[in-house]
Design a protein around this ligand. Structure first.
Ligand code: ZN
Length: 661
């Protein structure tokens, strides 16, 4: 945990143009800076950085935030990681919460293991580039595969000498503890107590975490005898869980986000060759069959996976099993077969990036279609085989969580297999039901359906009644954070009173016990309320009559909760030039100056919101009346509340019509 004072220092120091400028080429335009957006593909810049407000916003894809959330998004860091990154940039010392001795020890152990792994990667690389054995065996091998020295260095490839304990001896001599060398699996301790290198005589592929630290290795032997395993990998450890690591992800993540698709291949060399050819959005599951954790990891960057597999029958069979799992996670899968006798490695070595991309575009096929077609080819006209085939394809479709996507596949598959759509749909439904045969799943499905029905009912009500409660909530928050401290003159009958924007909104909402429904706007409102109350309290406590400082925008833009920050940026950048927002157009209000706008809009906004909120409460109560289990007493109570609220609503409606006329 980073303490609040440090967080504030970091925000105070961060110059958003400098921070973003490290990743994106910014061009000055007026008071702002512009660039092509790093989060989506575009040719004309719609990504804007405002140094005065300390925020960025893309008007193409809608991403927006402050310097720290930019680093979070762009580098896929957690919030504390991004804060530390910015702190380092500005030389700010980060004080964290004291760890318990147990946490401290675990952290220290992990860190020691990471440091030992980093040392090993450097040492293996040096052995390859600087020793005769390394040069002739390993460097020769990699260069022979067509890797350039730049590629070899980028992926940190190396060599562990054939003498059984050269690495371990060097590491011990350099002060690395045996404990961490064995914990990472780099060193193995024999029963007789002697130490030797796990990877001796192998070329080395370091495996990086998402943030780029070396956590493990794959070692490939260059010997051709059948007794030696071709690949050896680091064992599972405190820093390496192979089920949630993807080889190459650290180097691929930016390209994956930008191109919104992740290419999945099988081996280390497939990844490296594709990279070298210029196709960088590639990862490999490396040595394990694809796991759910790996799929979810990809899902953090894109919802689209393209699986490339070698053309042989075994490759296809293995791919199909893994792919059902991707469908279950709700990702879209396309498959691309390699040409006969090629793998991604050999293909990328002999083709340019453009060729590779073109080949993928021309040959990729949606997985379900691919599966149906492949099985169809194998089944011929044998009716039994065809029946089995339908059930096989249905099994894949049944994995897809999204009902709309499912129905598209049901339709396409029925057409392709030349069977009735209804039949396929029923099979899918049966399959899904049998999945969910345990009561827990059924219960889940039931509550999901119920929630959906309620949501639909709610939505239709909003549409029928004009501007939605969420639109009103958004407007209220907008006026609070933009104009909260402003006073305006307001004519009430014959009197002119001076009102304060925040005072009016907050007092009215709190007095009526109304809470926002939209979680983002609620978070922003709560944040404002907290600052507002703190200031009121401070003013009460103060001896003199000095005015309390205003509540400034940066409280929201630089809020430690990224959700609050994003909501604020969205609201503030929500079409600034649009003087009359849609909402007011609807109510036929024409507005001139900003002051006039405040006195016109804010009181109406509060009343409109109140009327809407009460309407929704009445609806909820009416729904309760339909409950047959209500006692007479409860029935009376609900009816009485509805009557009271209706009366209140009438009063508000009269006030509102007076205001609008
Ligand atoms: Zn964008």
């Amino acid at each position: 945990m980073i303490d609040q004072a440090t967080v504030e220092r970091i925000y105070a120091a961060a110059n958003i143009v400098e921070v973003i400028g490290d990743f994106v080429q910014l061009r000055k335009k007026g008071v702002n800076y512009q660039a092509c957006c790093p989060f989506h593909n575009e040719k004309t810049p719609s990504f804007v950085v405002s140094p005065s407000k300390g925020l960025f916003k893309c008007f193409g894809c809608g991403k927006g935030g402050n310097a720290v959330t930019f680093v979070m998004e762009h580098e896929n860091m957690t919030y504390p990681e991004a804060l530390k990154y910015v702190a380092r940039k500005y030389g700010i010392e980060v004080k964290e919460r004291e760890l318990t001795p147990e946490e401290e020890r675990r952290n220290d152990d992990r860190e020691s293991m990471l440091i030992a792994s980093h040392y090993a990667a450097d040492w293996f690389a040096a052995q390859m580039f600087d020793t005769d054995e390394g040069k002739s065996v390993a460097l020769g091998y990699f260069r022979g595969r067509g890797f350039t020295d730049a590629t070899i260095r980028k992926f940190g490839l190396g060599y562990c000498p054939a003498a059984g304990d050269a690495f371990t001896r060097a590491a011990l001599a350099d002060g690395y503890k045996e404990e961490f060398l064995t914990a990472t699996g780099l060193t193995i301790k024999r029963d007789d107590g002697r130490l030797y290198d796990r990877f001796f005589g192998r070329v080395m592929f370091p495996i990086h975490s998402v943030s780029g630290r070396v956590t493990a290795f794959g070692g490939r032997t260059l010997r051709t005898d059948k007794k030696t395993a071709k690949y050896v990998n680091s064992p599972e450890s405190e820093i390496y869980h192979k089920s949630n690591i993807l080889y190459g992800l650290f180097f691929a993540k930016r390209a994956i986000t930008q191109q919104d698709v992740c290419i999945l291949v099988e081996g280390y060399t497939d990844v490296i060759s594709m990279h070298q050819s210029g196709v960088e959005n590639v990862v490999a599951s490396s040595g394990t069959s694809l796991t759910v954790e790996q799929i979810r990891l990809i899902g953090r960057f894109t919802k689209n996976i393209t699986v490339i597999y070698d053309g042989d029958a075994a490759g296809i069979g293995a791919s199909m099993r893994g792919i059902d799992m991707i469908l279950r996670e709700g990702l879209n899968v396309r498959v691309v077969p390699m040409p006969e006798g090629e793998d991604p490695d050999s293909f990328a070595r002999t083709h340019s990036a453009a060729d590779v991309r073109e080949y993928i575009a021309a040959h990729e096929e949606d997985f379900i279609t691919f599966k149906a077609r492949t099985l169809l080819d194998g089944a011929g006209n044998d009716p039994l085989k065809r029946a089995a085939l339908i059930s096989d394809v249905v099994a894949s479709i049944a994995e897809i969580p999204d009902p709309i996507v499912r129905s598209v596949y049901i339709r396409d598959t029925a057409r392709m297999l030349d069977v009735e759509q209804q039949l396929v749909a029923e099979e899918v439904a049966r399959k899904r039901l049998s999945h969910g045969s345990d009561t827990q799943t059924r219960e889940f499905i039931r509550t999901q359906q119920q929630a959906q029905r309620q949501q639909h009912a709610l939505d239709s009500r909003h549409v029928a009644a004009g501007s939605s409660i969420e639109e009103l909530e958004k407007e209220l928050v907008k006026y609070l954070i933009k104009y909260g401290d402003r006073d305006f003159e307001y004519k009430e009958g014959r009197n002119v009173v001076s009102l304060n924007v925040a005072g009016l909104i907050v007092n009215d909402l709190e007095a009526n016990g109304l809470t926002f429904r939209n979680p983002r706007y609620k978070a922003l409102y709560d944040c404002y309320l907290q600052l507002f109350n703190a200031r009121e309290q401070a003013a009460e406590d103060a001896e003199n009559d000095e005015p309390e400082p205003p509540i400034e925008l940066h409280h929201f833009i630089n809020h430690p909760d990224p959700e609050v920050c994003n909501a604020a940026v969205d609201i503030l950048t929500d079409d600034e030039n649009y003087v009359v927002s849609k909402l007011w157009e609807k109510h036929d209000i024409v507005v001139e100056s900003e002051d006039e706008r405040l006195s016109h809009i804010v009181p109406r906004l509060v009343i409109l919101y109140k009327s809407k909120a009460i309407e929704l409460i009445i609806d909820t109560l009416k729904a309760q009346l339909a409950d047959v289990n209500l006692t007479d007493e409860q029935l009376m109570e609900v009816t009485a509340r509805i009557a009271a609220l209706n009366k209140e609503r009438m009063t508000i409606a009269r006030k509102l019509s007076r205001l609008i006329l």
